[in-house]
Design a protein around this ligand. Structure first.
Ligand code: PLP
Ligand code: COI
Length: 337
């Protein structure tokens, strides 16, 4: 193992192991830890391959200031995984089994949890997919649930300096009554062309509007959207085509507790001139400031004051809690013993 902790980004590396469970004859087995992350096997007619019957999650374990390792709100990921699984007709994975699997795989890969000083984390990626054969469109009979881990740093190279976002009026990632509120693998495949086009134009991230009217903000390809208005209100969209972000839910609580006004409601694009700061929030991106939003030939600019803005204040509140620098007053951090 030879990792330069000061250069951590967000990319796949082979770690010590992953954990793998199989679902056959209507039940999950006890799972096993597999060393060296070899390829996973499945039917050539697996429903995941042909019909995208797959869902994933993302969460993080932190080495805290007291050198102990804690996982952030993993019960929420267990619940969301099951909501997505249900939508795609996959079996439920028991919550206690999920928590236990997270504990086991973090412990087995303990040397991949970045040191406290690196400001990184162990990114934990659970994935459930139909591994059994189907040819007509139908749920598979057999499934796999795996959890892999990677040491992770910032998702975007620019980190807290921020990114530019692109809105396309000819691409959506989700349908009005579709799967956008679940973490289905196919949602991400559906966002790749727009993502590629945006990158070619210098924008690392796509910002989606509501797919019905393109009148309201929805979310980014990798994260939720929130804005701080010029009068200091935290606003974030209420929409049934966006993923219920655990980070956003946490920030809403933190923002309210530090005395900010919080609004979760449909947010019209026409309100853009009332925004002082715009942020992307999620497990991978944490809080990433959005400096500019491009739409057609127009560019909207925001200035997140890196020393004194609300974004930086919220970032500090959240990461102080995650790294154990402040008291875990919400009980969000689970100690890995
Ligand atoms: N929205 C999308 C499309 C995502 O992929 C993610 C990442 O998981 C989020 C939002 C943020 O969710 P969370 O804060 O639970 O990681
Ligand atoms: C996460 O933040 O965990 C995500 O899943 C977003 C992205 C890396 C797909």
């Amino acid at each position: 193992m030879d990792i330069d902790w000061s250069k951590l980004g967000f990319s796949y590396i082979t770690t010590k192991s992953h954990i793998e469970f199989e679902y056959t004859d209507g039940k999950w087995n006890d799972g096993k830890i597999i060393e060296g992350n070899p390829f996973v096997s499945m039917s050539i007619a697996a429903s995941a391959l042909h019909y995208g019957q797959a869902t994933f999650e993302g969460l993080k374990a932190y080495r805290c200031a007291d050198n102990k390792i804690r996982v952030f709100r993993d019960i929420e990921n267990a619940r969301r995984l099951n909501a997505s699984a249900k939508y795609a007709c996959m079996p439920e994975f028991p919550e206690e089994k999920f928590i236990d699997a997270v504990t086991k795989i973090v412990k087995d890969n303990i040397e991949y949890v970045p040191p406290y000083s690196a400001n990184g984390s162990l990114y934990i990626r659970p994935v459930m997919f139909g591994s059994g054969p189907v040819i007509g469109i139908a749920p598979a009979e057999a499934y796999k649930f795996i959890i892999l881990v990677i040491p992770a740093g910032p998702y975007y190279k620019s980190g807290f300096i921020g990114v530019d976002a692109m809105i396309f009026d000819d691409y959506d990632r989700a349908a009005p009554n579709g799967s956008g509120r679940y973490k289905l693998a196919g949602n991400y495949a559906a966002s790749m062309t727009a993502g590629k086009l945006a990158k070619e134009k210098g924008c690392p991230v796509v910002l989606y509007l509501d797919p019905k009217e393109h009148k309201y903000f929805d979310e980014f390809s990798s994260s939720n959207f929130f804005a701080i208005t010029k009068d200091g209100t935290y606003i974030t969209p209420l929409s049934n085509s966006i993923l219920p972000s655990i980070t956003n839910k946490s920030l809403i609580q933190v923002a309210a507790d530090i005395g900010m006004k919080v609004e979760k409601r449909p947010v019209e694009f026409s309100e853009i001139d009332t925004f002082a700061e715009v942020g992307a929030c999620g497990t991978a991106v944490v809080i990433t400031p959005v400096n500019k939003i491009h739409r057609c030939d127009k560019v909207y600019t925001f200035t997140s004051d890196a020393s004194n803005g609300f974004l930086v204040k919220l970032y500090k509140e959240l990461t102080d809690l995650q790294y154990g620098r402040t008291k875990d007053k919400y009980g969000w951090m689970r100690l890995i013993e």
